[in-house]
Design a protein around this ligand. Structure first.
Ligand code: MN
Ligand code: MN
Length: 466
């Protein structure tokens, strides 16, 4: 039947977005699946910023990247990386054009919400032994109880040696847990609002229960564990003062649903975009036109603070040195740099429609989410990309078959959030937020779409190529 005038007009004039699984070719669907497997490997093997930096260094070196030397002159085709204090890393593939024409930059964060050990973490109570924690980032505390936890991090001993800790990730490893009250006795607890039912000081992790056999000792379980740790690592209780130990969920990344189109795992925020951005750069087959760079940064979840967060100067210093070696003006380089601030947004959850505005929320399987602005209460604290910047990326994505959508983090005035975008904007860079949509953001087990992840990777890759 012939289409009516109205139907034809509607086709031409109204906005249309399609589910990637309804439009992707068989070849693309296969690529989506392959990329998801590689990503799950990354999720399981890089659960902290330190481990993510190590992973990035290994992957980059395999592709010919060399440690950055600020005194050297680099030329087109050179590949360098700079590790900043084990917490963040910058990688760059030098392009054919002058650095004064700007860098094509992607910036994602590799820190995730979790439970950090306090400096004096260990105590025994009534025959059971625990680690005290101080949570890191925005969490719903009850979600972190009764979930298997793994211990990651480093201990610096008094003689200066650094011990890497990773317990709860290999088959047969012990894991750790925060216990909760049985429902039979929880009548009073269950009447409390969620944020009162579990406080920060309740996040104590069970680490042992077997007493040391000696009648003369008072804290027998604690002593038994200290003796085991001393035997294994050569550490004493005081060495916890100089440690950076982190409880992450112990769960492995896996497929979700009968159709396996989603990935469940810890830390999609923001390791999904970190991995996509890293691979987008490392998979370049030829020297790019513009210099392509990726920042994997730390401390985003606590405000991009500290000297490994993006409020610090490490990226600026890197570009200044790079420009000095090339005889380029770093100010001009920053002015002409374009950046994808690569972070997750919320994906529409049918069970929580009230907090989002349906016309402006990202949906699973509809591609990477472009957010012109983030922030809260009247765009407060956002960098708000210009229409020109949005247009640049829209055109680039459309030309290269990258599925994308727009999305806002929730209804106006319901809440909101920020990213590293504003700190890059401070450097005089054109920056826009872009990334994968997530269900259950900041929970120990988050959910994303394989198709969205792949399209996000494709976006970084075409951006880096140009
Ligand atoms: Mn994030
Ligand atoms: Mn976050």
């Amino acid at each position: 039947m012939e289409k009516t005038k109205g139907e034809l007009l509607a086709e031409k004039l109204t906005r249309k977005k399609k589910n990637i699984y309804e439009t992707a070719s068989a070849g693309e669907k296969k690529a989506i699946g392959v990329f998801a497997e590689e990503y799950k490997y990354f999720l399981d093997n890089a659960k902290t910023e330190r481990e993510s930096v190590d992973f990035a260094v290994e992957a980059a070196e395999a592709k010919g990247y060399k440690p950055f030397d600020g005194k050297k002159k680099y030329k087109a085709g050179d590949k360098v990386y700079l590790v900043n204090r084990n917490g963040s890393i910058v990688l760059a593939h030098l392009g054919k054009k002058s650095l004064e024409e700007g860098i094509h930059l992607s910036a994602a964060h590799i820190d995730c919400p979790r439970l950090d050990l306090k400096q004096n973490p260990m105590y025994e109570k009534d025959g059971l032994c625990y680690f005290k924690t101080h949570y890191y980032g925005g969490i719903k505390k009850y979600q972190w109880t009764v979930t298997p936890l793994a211990l990651h991090g480093v201990i610096i001993k008094s003689d200066g040696t650094k011990i890497k800790v990773r317990i709860g990730e290999e088959p047969g490893d012990p894991i750790f847990v925060i216990t909760d009250l049985l429902p039979h006795l929880a009548a009073a607890q269950m009447k409390k609002p969620l944020f009162e039912a579990f406080t920060g000081e309740d996040l104590n992790v069970l680490i042992g229960s077997e007493p040391f056999e000696d009648e003369k000792v008072s804290e027998k379980v604690k002593l038994k564990i200290l003796a085991m740790l001393n035997e294994k690592y050569g550490v004493t209780e005081e060495d916890f003062n100089t440690a950076e130990l982190i409880f992450t969920p112990a769960a492995k990344a896996c497929d979700i649903g009968f159709d396996r189109a989603l990935i469940g795992g810890y830390g999609h925020d923001d390791r999904s975009n970190s991995f996509a951005a890293l691979r987008g750069l490392l998979d370049l087959k030829a020297t790019p036109d513009h210099t392509a760079a990726v920042i994997l940064t730390d401390k985003e979840e606590i405000g991009s603070t500290g000297n490994t967060g993006l409020q610090a100067s490490y990226y600026r210093h890197f570009v200044e040195k790079l420009c000095a070696g090339a005889g380029a003006d770093p100010i001009v380089c920053f002015q002409n740099t374009k950046c994808l601030s690569a972070d997750v947004s919320t994906a529409y959850d049918p069970h929580y429609p009230d907090v989002v505005e349906l016309q402006n929320v990202g949906k699973l399987h509809y591609g990477g989410i472009i957010s012109k602005y983030t922030g809260s209460r009247g765009k407060s604290d956002t960098s708000d990309a210009s229409a020109e910047t949005v247009a640049y990326f829209k055109t680039l994505f459309d030309k290269n078959g990258v599925a994308w959508q727009t999305g806002e983090l929730g209804k106006t005035d319901v809440g909101g959030g920020g990213t590293v975008a504003k700190y890059l904007a401070h450097l005089d860079i054109d920056v826009i937020d872009f990334g994968v949509g997530v269900l259950s953001m900041h929970a120990p087990f988050e959910v994303i779409s394989k198709a969205d992840l792949y399209m996000t990777y494709k976006a970084f890759n075409v951006f880096n190529k140009n």
